[in-house]
Each structure stands twice: as structure tokens, then as C-alpha cells.
Design a binder for this molecule. Structure first.
Ligand code: 5GP
Ligand code: ZN
Length: 114
């Protein structure tokens, strides 16, 4: 997707602070962090949101979660805890329509979310 900012980040056409990459996934620091650790994890393939991920691609979602867990470990926040957020469509506040998990940690989270 030429006009998708996260596709361009995954293709390294737009710079980012990359923290993880494999054949299907890319993870990078959020440009406007909401916690001491705030990483975005995306599939390299473009899907606008969870609503658009085909059933046949469900394995990608597991891979994203396992990568988030690994990054949490690498960042030293696995034991104290972290939050993974998947905003989906308008009411969630999703701004970028390339599916992404937020990995947030390094501080105590509040509940319920806003
Ligand atoms: P959403 O609201 O769609 O769930 O989250 C989008 C996230 O992407 C926001 O936290 C925002 O700070 C982040 N973001 C938007 N544009 C860029 C960018 O160009 N680079 C990086 N690293 N993060 C971005
Ligand atoms: Zn995209």
C-alpha cells in the first residue's frame, strides 16, 4: 500500500526506531509514547484493522502476540507486567489503518481504559 504510513515504515522507506523484525513482522517505537515502553507491532502485509484480517491469516495474530511477549522480555518488563492494545475501528480511537498492536509498559497502568 503506497499511501500507508506503516507499510512504508515496514519497508524502511520512512525511518523508525526498529526493535524487532522477521519475515512477516516489524516492531518499532511509537513516535508519541504513552508509557516508558511503547512499541508498535505490525504485520508487513497490509490489513486495515482486525476487522479485515481473513480467517486464513489468524496465525499472524498469534505471531504478533508472541513477538510482543518476546520484546517485553527483552525490555525487562515481562515480570512486572505490560499491556497489549489492539484498537479496532472508530470507537476504539484507531488512527492508523494498518493493524498494529501497542505494547505498553514500564509504569503502572490504570483500568478501565479511557
Ligand atoms: P492507533 O490510535 O491507530 O491505535 O495508534 C496509532 C499510533 O501510531 C499512535 O500511538 C501514534 O503515536 C503512532 N504513530 C503514528 N504515526 C507514526 C509514525 O510515523 N511513526 C511512529 N513511530 N509512530 C507513529
Ligand atoms: Zn499498510
Amino acid at each position: 500500500m503506497e499511501d500507508c504510513i506503516f507499510c512504508q515504515i515496514a519497508a524502511r522507506k520512512i525511518p523508525s526506531k526498529m526493535v524487532y523484525e522477521d519475515d512477516a513482522l516489524f516492531a518499532f517505537e511509537d513516535i508519541n509514547p504513552k508509557a516508558p515502553v511503547h512499541i508498535l507491532l505490525i504485520p508487513k502485509a497490509h490489513h486495515a484493522s482486525l476487522n479485515e484480517v481473513p480467517d486464513s491469516e489468524s496465525g499472524l495474530l498469534g505471531r504478533l502476540l508472541m513477538a510482543a511477549r518476546k520484546i517485553a522480555g527483552d525490555k525487562g518488563i515481562a515480570a512486572q507486567g505490560y499491556r497489549i492494545v489492539l484498537n479496532t475501528a472508530r470507537d476504539s480511537g484507531q488512527d492508523v489503518f494498518h493493524i498494529h498492536f501497542h505494547l505498553l509498559g514500564g509504569r503502572r497502568m490504570t483500568w478501565p481504559p479511557g
